[in-house]
Design a protein around this ligand. Structure first.
Ligand code: NAX
Length: 328
């Protein structure tokens, strides 16, 4: 049987953690033949709650769960980790400015980036879920890079929830099965500025753009619906999206590790300069994954409307980067 993979998860006592951990332990992320060891990080005051989650994980008697540790020390949590899911983050409190949120989180992600840079497996695959996830991933990457051990290309941010939200809206609009849709991409930042782009999207060989054939719907209904979906969930549920976020994290890592079989998946990855995105910015792009590596789909045509949208979401990321530059 296979050697266990060490999976670090931060914010383990939180809402997303409560959905995510059980699915990782049941084999939905790395495969039904792949044992895992869970390395759970949360704040000191959340350790008791993490213990409770671990008790429930034990009570599932998952055959693939080869071990677990709980800790409040990032250096312990990330030790030899091959997959790291950075979910825990400082939520926006009452009266907190966007700028404060950014710098509070920047502190967390410099500490965790340093721990990953020193102690994780050199090929660790990092997915940042905690918001602002693109910029948090950027901070962790830049900090980890200083130690010269881990691959900076492997720091990614989660755009997959936006991607899945867009798929389901398009399936509803066209009356096609969600599973029939391919070649969707969500460009940019995980925020309401994201640009879900279905110009290349196909359903059983038919162009989804032609099936929709409604630019006003794209601009006035589709993009706002996907962009504001997180707020709509909070409004309806009284809590932020958790199960769907955990599901997206599973999808992101599963496709990265096990391959996307030629299909496009959206990942926030450090830009290599393509599409005019400055190098290093963590930006949602279409990727194809194979043998544990992602490749950005290149040379797609960018029309005027798309360029406008891609610039708006890029400018937000540049602003966020400017806001944390003193910490890096
Ligand atoms: P919760 O508040 O339920 O849980 C967060 C957990 O993280 C808590 O247990 C907290 O103690 C822990 N934590 C805080 N600081 C930590 C640190 N420095 N080290 C380790 N653990 C720490 O939030 P939850 O609903 O689970 O959401 C977690 C994050 O995901 C939030 O930042 C949220 O904004 C973000 N989201 C990102 C999404 C995406 O698509 N990228 C979508 C869903 C979600 O909104």
């Amino acid at each position: 049987s296979k050697a266990p993979v060490r999976v670090a998860v931060t914010g383990a006592a939180g809402q997303i953690g409560y959905s995510l951990l059980f699915r990782i332990a049941s084999g939905e992320m790395l495969g039904k033949d792949q044992p895992v060891i869970l390395q759970l990080l949360d704040l000191p005051q959340a350790q008791k709650a993490v213990k409770g989650v671990m008790m429930e994980l034990e009570d599932c008697a998952f055959p693939l769960l080869a071990g677990m540790v709980a800790t409040d020390d990032p250096n312990v949590a990330f030790k030899d980790a091959q997959v790291a899911l950075l979910v825990g983050a400082r939520p926006r409190g009452p009266g907190m400015e966007r700028k404060d949120l950014l710098t509070e989180n920047a502190k967390i992600f410099t500490v965790q980036g340093a721990a990953i840079g020193q102690y994780a497996d050199p090929n660790v695959k990092v997915l940042v879920v905690g918001n602002p996830c693109n910029t948090n991933a950027y901070i962790a990457m830049k900090t980890a890079e200083k130690f010269g051990r881990v691959n900076p290309k492997n720091f990614t941010g989660m755009l997959r929830l936006d991607h899945n939200r867009a798929l389901s809206q398009l399936a509803a609009k066209t009356g096609r099965e969600v599973s029939s849709l391919t070649k969707l991409v969500v460009w940019g930042n995980h925020s309401p500025t994201m640009y879900a782009d279905y110009r290349f999207c196909l359903s059983n060989g038919d162009s989804v753009k032609s099936l929709v054939n409604d630019d006003a719907w794209n601009r006035d209904v589709f993009l706002p619906t996907v962009g504001k979906r997180g707020a709509a969930i909070i409004e309806a549920r009284g809590l932020s999206s958790a199960a769907s976020a955990a599901n997206a994290a599973i999808d992101h890592i599963r496709d990265w590790v096990l391959g996307s079989n030629g299909e496009w998946v959206t990942m926030g990855v450090p830009s290599d300069g393509s599409y005019g995105i400055p190098e290093g910015i963590i930006y949602g792009v279409p990727c194809v994954t194979e043998n544990g590596e992602y490749k950005v789909v290149k040379d797609l045509e960018i029309d005027e409307f798309s360029r406008e949208r891609m610039t708006v979401t890029l400018n937000e990321l540049l602003e966020e980067r400017e806001g944390v530059k003193d910490l890096l």
